[in-house]
Design a protein around this ligand. Sequence first.
Ligand SMILES: *[C@@H]1O[C@H](CO)[C@@H](O)[C@H](O)[C@H]1NC(C)=O
Ligand SMILES: *[C@@H]1O[C@H](CO)[C@@H](O)[C@H](O)[C@H]1NC(C)=O
Ligand SMILES: *[C@@H]1O[C@H](CO)[C@@H](O)[C@H](O)[C@H]1NC(C)=O
Ligand SMILES: *[C@@H]1O[C@H](CO)[C@@H](O)[C@H](O)[C@H]1NC(C)=O
Ligand SMILES: *[C@@H]1O[C@H](CO)[C@@H](O)[C@H](O)[C@H]1NC(C)=O
Ligand SMILES: *[C@@H]1O[C@H](CO)[C@@H](O)[C@H](O)[C@H]1NC(C)=O
Ligand SMILES: *[C@@H]1O[C@H](CO)[C@@H](O)[C@H](O)[C@H]1NC(C)=O
Length: 481
Amino acid sequence: MSPFSFVTFLLGLSLATAINLSDLTTVYEWPEKIEYDWPSETFKTKVFQDTSFELNGIHPRFMAVSPERIFLSLAGYRGLPASLVSIPTNSTSSLPPSLAPYPSWEMHRKEICGTIQSASGLEVDKMGRLWVLDNGSKKCNAKIWIFDLANSDKIQNVHEFSFRLGLHDLVLDETPDEWFAYITRFEKGHIVIFSLKTNKSWLLDTPGKSFLCLALSPKQETRMLYLGRLESNELYAISVREIRDRKRTAHPKLIGKWNQAPYRMLMDSAGVMQAAFFQKKYTSTWNTSLPFAEQPFIEVETLDSRWPFSFASGTSRNLWITAFNWNAKPKYRLLKAGPGLRSYLYDASKFDCLEGCHKEHGYCSRPGECLCKVGWKGNYCDECHPYPGCVNGTCNKPWECNCEASWEGMLCDKILCSETCNLEHGSCVAIGECLCKTGWKGKNCDECQPYPGCTNGTCSQPWQCNCAAGYHGKLCDLEDE
Ligand SMILES: *[C@@H]1O[C@H](CO)[C@@H](O)[C@H](O)[C@H]1NC(C)=O
Ligand SMILES: *[C@@H]1O[C@H](CO)[C@@H](O)[C@H](O)[C@H]1NC(C)=O
Ligand SMILES: *[C@@H]1O[C@H](CO)[C@@H](O)[C@H](O)[C@H]1NC(C)=O
Ligand SMILES: *[C@@H]1O[C@H](CO)[C@@H](O)[C@H](O)[C@H]1NC(C)=O
Ligand SMILES: *[C@@H]1O[C@H](CO)[C@@H](O)[C@H](O)[C@H]1NC(C)=O
Ligand SMILES: *[C@@H]1O[C@H](CO)[C@@H](O)[C@H](O)[C@H]1NC(C)=O
Ligand SMILES: *[C@@H]1O[C@H](CO)[C@@H](O)[C@H](O)[C@H]1NC(C)=O
């Protein structure tokens, strides 16, 4: 592994608050070639015999990450046996990994329209699904493929468009009950919208303008779709409300100009956008909460390829970057920067709360905060709210009022006396204290009060004086003869 000397910090780290650049690490390096994970020598030989494919020509285009895998769509100037591949995010081997066609070799067959023809933009959503744009081919229409990563990479949906070619990149917009994909298609003067719920797609015309790359603002704001114009440094924006409303024409507004024409943009969960530019050895950022201002971000030593970088972020706090250099060694690098922020698909708030803040009962709108959902309280939102008015009770779930010892009632506001207190002849005034009605006495108010002055008599009801054997008289004070 080479030292990390290729990283140049153009500006103070304060600008790069989303990522600590000193944490940029090389995950893998491929000095000259990148190899496929060929199923057999025979297969490999056949590919080289039957096609003009050259390993030399491969370069990464788009990238998406899941916790276990990196997905790359590839371009190759002499064709490719598979345009979508995966590599592990970490590996125990000292050799760089080979490219495993995704989901299998079987799913990459030329002009077989039930297979992937030419993968382009990729995205992994928070449900663990991989969305793949497929440019199509001579015979096959363009498609959007959705794979279930947690479920043996099963195809969850495949939507076929009525056209071929031109698909570039996509972003995913999650609403309370829908998932939309917004897709750029170059040179066409429209963007393509796909609704997963209805499994339908339509075109949103953008008269006079074609867009190449795109980025979506994070969930917590009024969502904006940012669009980089084709072969231009102009950056446009449009509110997603217009798109979700299924309008057919839109007029995105010019909001700024990069120094160069970008081919790829990416947003993080705090609204900081990153962009990479054709044939430029750096990426730039813009904090979308502020007026447009381009800040240099990462610079990698001379990169002369047209499309030097790709980047992706997902649920982990890492930003993954591929750097590609035609004429240098290493030719390919996979770099990782972090810890930073998650992608725009994730709620920044959900993950940056006060440490210890309860994962289900707490939330936050800024880092370090811990706000409680209804029914919960405490610094970490891990204490339930008892039923309102509950006096001497506790809860395990919100709105319970489970009485502590000696208390009872809906609100646990009634004292439970000793169990032996006779409630017919007495009542509870304090814990264990039994207050007797007139005519009764004793700890439990179960002894009657005899007639005052009764000497040698007893009672079974108040004020009686039933004489003991050998006595008589009203007060049983007279001895029998
Ligand atoms: C980046 O990380 C290094 C080492 O982990 C640390 O010393 C430095 O303060 C960090 N810089 C920022 C801006 O967080
Ligand atoms: C690779 O990363 C995954 C996810 O972060 C982790 O679960 C796994 O233990 C790691 N494997 C190795 C060999 O480091
Ligand atoms: C979605 O539409 C495609 C045609 O574009 C069809 O092949 C597929 O079965 C549909 N998916 C679902 C889940 O209905
Ligand atoms: C998709 O199609 C266009 C032609 O319309 C082409 O320029 C572009 O390179 C293709 N992208 C991929 C990834 O095949
Ligand atoms: C972006 O700008 C806003 C508004 O000034 C600021 O609060 C926020 O911290 C900035 N974000 C980053 C990552 O610099
Ligand atoms: C019961 O509630 C009263 C009034 O709130 C309080 O003074 C008393 O200490 C409580 N007793 C116990 C055992 O919690
Ligand atoms: C009767 O009452 C007197 C005075 O209270 C007492 O001294 C005496 O023991 C009593 N006799 C009996 C048999 O209870």
